[in-house]
Design a protein around this ligand. Structure first.
Ligand code: SOE
Length: 377
C-alpha cells in the first residue's frame, strides 16, 4: 500500500488524539494510503523528543518550518495552539502539502480567510478536525435528517458545558492554559466549544442566517503564566445565542466553562414535523429518537444503541452491541480523509466549508458587542 507521510505539529491533548488515530486507522479500515508517523514538531526540544519516542515518530524538530519544508512530508497536521494555525497553514500550502488543522480554523475571520485563500491558490487538500461529526450516533442523526424522516425542522438546540476554569486562582497562558489567553486563543468558549456545536448544526440543519448573542467574562483578571503578572482576561467564559437557520428553523446555543459539575456535556436536539432526535456526549453511542408516526399507544422516546454493523462506521469495529468512544471519532476522520485523496469530493469540512462556522463565531462575538442581531453567513 502507498504510504502517506504525516508531519504533526503540537504534542498536547490533540497531538495525542491525532497520533493515536494515525496508528490505529489502518488496522480497522481499508485504506488507499497507510499513514506513517514521519515527523513531529514543537517548540520544547525535550518534550518533543519524549513525545516522538512514545508515539514512535521517525523524527522530531523543535521548529515547525523544518517539518513543513521536508520534501518527504505529504500531510502537515496542525495540532498546536490557535495563534499558530494561520502561519503554519499558509507556509504548508505554499510548500504544496495537504493540510489538516485543529478547530477553530483560526483566531478570527480574517486569519481564517487568509488560510482559505492560500490553500485555494496552492490547490491543496484541507480538512478541519471537527471530530464530533464522526461519532456514529451523530453521523446516524445526519442520515435520519437527510432521509427526510423528521420532516420539516422547527428547532435545533445545542449546549456544551464545562466547569474547569471556575477557580479565580487558575492562571492564564502557557502550555496547558493558552485557551484562557485571548492573544493565543482568539476567543473563549465561542471558538473553543460553540464552534463544535455550530459545525455539527450546520452539517445537520444547513446554514444559519442570523444570530443574537450574549457573552460574559466572570473572572476579569488572572495571573499570566508567562509574565507572572495579573493581567486582564479577554476571552469570554460563557456565550449563548439565538439563531435563525436559512430553512426557517429557530435555535438556541449555549457554552460555558462555569456550569459547576459539568466536564464536557455536549448535547443536541432537533425537533421536526414527524419526529425528534437527541444526542449527549456523555452517552455518545446512543441516539434518542421519537417518531410521531408510531401507533399512538406505543409512542415514546426510543434509545437506539448505535453499535450495529448498519450504523455509520460501526461495521469496522466490534460485534453489534459493543460500544466505541471519543478517540474513535478521530480515527474515522483520518479514514475519511485518507480515502478522499484522489477522489473529487473532499473529506468535510474543508478549510473553505469551515468558513461557515467561522462566520457564525464572528457574528456571535459581534452581536454580543453590538447587542443587535447580526448576519451569520
Ligand atoms: C476544551 O476543554 C476542549 O478540550 C476543547 O478544546 C475541545 O475541542 C473539546 O472537544 C473538548 O474541550
Amino acid at each position: 500500500m502507498k504510504k502517506l507521510n504525516i508531519g504533526l505539529i503540537g504534542y498536547g491533548f490533540m497531538g495525542r488524539a491525532h497520533s493515536n488515530a494515525y496508528l490505529s486507522v489502518g488496522r480497522f479500515f481499508d485504506l488507499k494510503y497507510q499513514p506513517v508517523l514521519k515527523a513531529v514538531a514543537a517548540r520544547n526540544p525535550e518534550k518533543i523528543k519524549q513525545f516522538a519516542d512514545k508515539w514512535e515518530f521517525q523524527s522530531y524538530h523543535d521548529d515547525w518550518r523544518q517539518l513543513v519544508n521536508d520534501a518527504e512530508i505529504d500531510v502537515v497536521d496542525i495540532a498546536s495552539p490557535n495563534d499558530t494555525h494561520a502561519e503554519i497553514a499558509i507556509a504548508a500550502a505554499q510548500a504544496g502539502k495537504m493540510i489538516l488543522c485543529e478547530k477553530p480554523l483560526a483566531r478570527n475571520l480574517q486569519e481564517a480567510q487568509r488560510m482559505v485563500d492560500a490553500a485555494q491558490k496552492a490547490g491543496v487538500r484541507t480538512m478541519v478536525w471537527y471530530n464530533y461529526r464522526r461519532i456514529p450516533a451523530v453521523a446516524f442523526a445526519r442520515q435520519l435528517i437527510a432521509s427526510g424522516k423528521l420532516g420539516r425542522i422547527f428547532h435545533y438546540r445545542a449546549k456544551f458545558l464545562q466547569d474547569w476554569t471556575m477557580s479565580p486562582d487558575l492562571p492564564q497562558g502557557g502550555a496547558a492554559l493558552w485557551r484562557l489567553d485571548a492573544d493565543v486563543a482568539g476567543s473563549g468558549v465561542t471558538g473553543d466549544l460553540l464552534a463544535h456545536c455550530i459545525d455539527t448544526a450546520i452539517w445537520l440543519n444547513g446554514e444559519m442566517d442570523s444570530v443574537s448573542a450574549m457573552t460574559e467574562i466572570f473572572i476579569k483578571e488572572r495571573k499570566h503564566n508567562l509574565t507572572g503578572k495579573t493581567e486582564k482576561i479577554g476571552i469570554e467564559d460563557a456565550s449563548a445565542f439565538l439563531a435563525r437557520f436559512k430553512n426557517g428553523s429557530l435555535a438556541t446555543f449555549e457554552a460555558t466553562r462555569f456550569a459547576r459539575g459539568h466536564k464536557a456535556l455536549y448535547t443536541l436536539e432537533v425537533n421536526g414535523q414527524n419526529g425528534s432526535l437527541a444526542w449527549d456526549l456523555h452517552d455518545l453511542h446512543r441516539l434518542q429518537w421519537f417518531d410521531h408516526r408510531d401507533e399512538g399507544v406505543l409512542r415514546g422516546w426510543r434509545s437506539v444503541h448505535v453499535t450495529d454493523g448498519d450504523h455509520p462506521y460501526m461495521a469496522n469495529w466490534w460485534v453489534p452491541g459493543l460500544a466505541i468512544g471519543y478517540e474513535h471519532s478521530f480515527i474515522h476522520q483520518v479514514a475519511d480523509f485518507v480515502n478522499s485523496i484522489d477522489e473529487k469530493a473532499p473529506a468535510e469540512p474543508t478549510f473553505e466549508s469551515a468558513m461557515q462556522t467561522e462566520k457564525v463565531v464572528h457574528a456571535v462575538l459581534e452581536s454580543a458587542q453590538s447587542g443587535k442581531w447580526e448576519k451569520a453567513s
